[in-house]
Design a protein around this ligand. Structure first.
Ligand SMILES: [Zn+2]
Length: 414
């Protein structure tokens, strides 16, 4: 019997067998936790399926990622509303009686993208939180939050194509930008005919100089005035100022796992020898990846404001990596004590490249050769910069996602 197409599934429709590959699995972190899957069929159409997270063991034994199944006895319902990664009028509910019959590898794609065009993403800012994949010939900034800051590896070269999936569209300084979510993935040169063609074409082009837009120079007073004008935000800008204070109580670095990129926790070792060690809740044998996150006050002749400096800018300022700073100079027992070597950044006049976010919150910024700052907050708010603050990066570099074997290929375009 022929299987029904995913594309044709509708809310309340009777369950007919579908044949799918299971591409992704995640736990939705909405109001209620849900075990979610993404299925794709041979036509390249995708749908989300939701199960009770309490039964994760049952489903783990039944469903393996990247394998193909004939699925029946599911329930067809309306689309998921919260952080959906697929745009479809229906989604599936799979319970204990849902049946998954493994089928040998078939011609079902291993990857799925549903690219939005640049012109259509703006309306997704306020829309339902549909996560977005963007395909564009224009420059778009993407903010990768710390837990996703390493999804694009340093081995990526100009001309490579990076497909970023499952981001949210936000507005940043009057420009549309993408922000990573916990579901965001990056695939370098995804194995699709179109990509191979583009990569070949782009690599054949003469090397281009990356043009950097020249930012305006503003004073801190200008910045504060700008931030008070609703909807009127400057671009990135330069501010000639110095760091006058480091907010020690907020810590000055954070630590990520070398295996899973999640946050590491400081723990006292069993034999108390060398101060704190950092452990991952999931992995053993890891290397801690230390990254700067330094909360400061910056000051010029017109006033002061809070600013946070992230890893790249701090490293540029200090000429020493965070790892080295921690291992060579930091207090081993109290991560909040700022080492003297770090204090050397204080009170030196600099050209700071800054970004101010619409809502008065802070954004980190890329570092240019001249200067080193990052993010600024004006206003009287007392928000604390924790490692949760984003590390924005342009999509210019990074690593392949191993979860995409990509033999077969198919992409959907919107
Ligand atoms: Zn880990």
């Amino acid at each position: 019997m022929a299987c029904v197409r995913i594309r044709d599934l509708r809310d309340r429709q009777n369950s007919e067998t579908i044949e799918v590959r299971v591409l992704r699995k995640w736990i939705s972190k909405g109001k209620k936790e849900e075990l979610c899957y993404q299925f794709v069929d041979a036509h390249g159409d995708a749908i989300e399926a939701v199960a009770d997270v309490k039964h994760i063991e049952h489903f783990d034994s039944l469903i393996k990622l990247q394998l193909c199944y004939k699925v029946s006895n599911y329930i067809c319902t309306g689309p998921r509303r919260y952080m959906a990664i697929v745009e479809h009028v229906a989604s599936l509910v799979i319970g204990q009686k849902a049946e998954f019959e493994h089928v040998p590898d078939s011609a079902i794609p291993y990857i799925y993208f549903n690219f939005a065009t640049f012109d259509t993403i703006k309306r997704r800012i306020r829309d339902t939180k549909l996560l977005t994949e963007l395909h564009t010939g224009r420059d778009v900034e993407i903010t990768l939050w710390p837990e996703k800051s390493d999804i694009v590896g340093d081995d990526v070269v100009p001309g490579d194509i990076v497909a970023i999936a499952s981001t949210v569209v936000t507005e940043h300084i009057g420009r549309v930008q993408l922000e990573s979510t916990y579901l965001t993935t990056a695939t370098i040169n995804p194995d699709m005919p179109q990509t191979i063609e583009h990569v070949t074409r782009l690599r054949g082009l003469p090397e281009v100089q990356v043009t950097e837009t020249v930012d305006k120079t503003l004073t801190i007073l200008d910045l504060k005035l700008q931030s008070q004008q609703k909807g009127q935000t400057p671009g990135n800008f330069i501010c000639e100022a110095k760091i006058t204070r480091i907010h020690e109580d907020r810590g000055w670095y954070y630590v990520l796992c070398s295996k899973c990129s999640n946050k590491l926790y400081p723990v006292y070792p069993k034999q108390d020898s060398d101060g704190l060690i950092f452990v991952c809740k999931d992995d053993d044998d890891i290397t801690p990846n230390f990254r700067y996150c330094v909360n400061t006050t910056i000051t010029d002749a017109t006033g002061s404001a809070d600013a946070v400096f992230f890893n790249d800018s701090m490293q540029e300022m200090l000429n020493i990596s965070c790892m080295e700073m921690v291992t060579k100079h930091a207090d081993k027992t109290n991560p909040k004590i700022v080492p003297q070597q770090l204090r050397s950044a204080v009170d030196k006049p600099r050209k700071l490249h800054l970004t101010l976010k619409n809502d008065g919150k802070i954004v980190g910024n890329n570092v240019s050769n001249t200067a080193s700052a990052t993010a600024i907050q004006t206003g009287e708010g007392t928000s604390t910069f924790t490692p949760k603050t984003p590390i924005p990066k342009s999509v210019t570099s990074k690593r392949t996602l191993t979860e995409t074997p990509g033999n077969d290929k198919k992409q959907k375009k919107s």
